[in-house]
Design a protein around this ligand. Sequence first.
Ligand code: MTE
Length: 319
Amino acid sequence: MWERMARFRPDVRESEVTPERLYLRRREFLALGAAGAVGALLPRRAAGAEPEPSGAALPVSKRSDLAGGEKPTPWRDVTTYNNFYELGTEKEDPARNAGSLRPRPWTVQVDGEVKRPRTLDVDALARMFPLEERIYRMRCVEAWSMVIPWDGFPLADFVERMEPTSRAKYVKFTTLEDPAQLPGQRRRVLDWPYVEGLRIDEAVNPLPLLALGIYGRVLPNQDGAPIRLVVPWKYGFKGIKSIVRVTFTEEQPRTTWNLAGPGEYGFYANVNPAVDHPRWSQARERRIGEFFRRKTLPFNGYGDQVAHLYAGLDPRKLY
Ligand code: MTE
């Protein structure tokens, strides 16, 4: 991700947009030569000490695969290779520092352009909607990707239930601000609290989820417990974690990464392989767990369901 540091180091190397574990493996690969590397690397995965999903099970009523039959990224990678700057800026930090976040009791305030502003307990919220599991491809702006089984309910159902007024054009989401629970907020690497937003027609598209879990288990803290957003056709930074407030607004909200680096992160942030990030290409991505890069798909492969939302908009603005 963009880091303040990077401003002073314009020569950001590929290693910084490459998962460290794979980067190290590549160095091993180069050092050993291809044959040696394959011998050295494959057995480690094949040995199969993959940890099983853990945590309380969620009552999921329906399952759908929306990732074309691809194998989900192992639980270990989904829960130890994270971006959650409130818990540290290194990929391993969120898992390491997750213990300070207390996801219960937890409320979500709903306000702004709605018929009736209210504050909902997250467990009450979970009971308002049937929970389902959907496997989505996820693409991070840093050119890595995962396939994740998310458990939650459609954002569209939530929006409808909250009865926005006709003035509501956007939905703004806000993460908890509490440096005792989120010690990364003691450093101003970003303007806290983290804020994200969607246009209301994006929010009522059937794809986005408010997720309460992964792999049928409650969300681990590092993945955004107890409730986070999942928008599979956008870069991962739109998927705001540990949400405490949802505000319906008339004006487009200012969003955290757009404020931090307006030349690098837009409001729409639709996955677009044709538009490079100013410091690296977005044409390809590395699926965590794979060695070779694959082509990035427009809208992360969900274009048939969402491209119509952006008809007439400058494709550069899509990013
Ligand atoms: N939400 C908050 N509050 N803080 C963050 O730093 N990082 C974003 C997004 N949501 C972030 C956040 C980024 S850059 C990504 S890629 C995804 O979370 C990563 O989600 P994951 O760690 O569950 O894969």
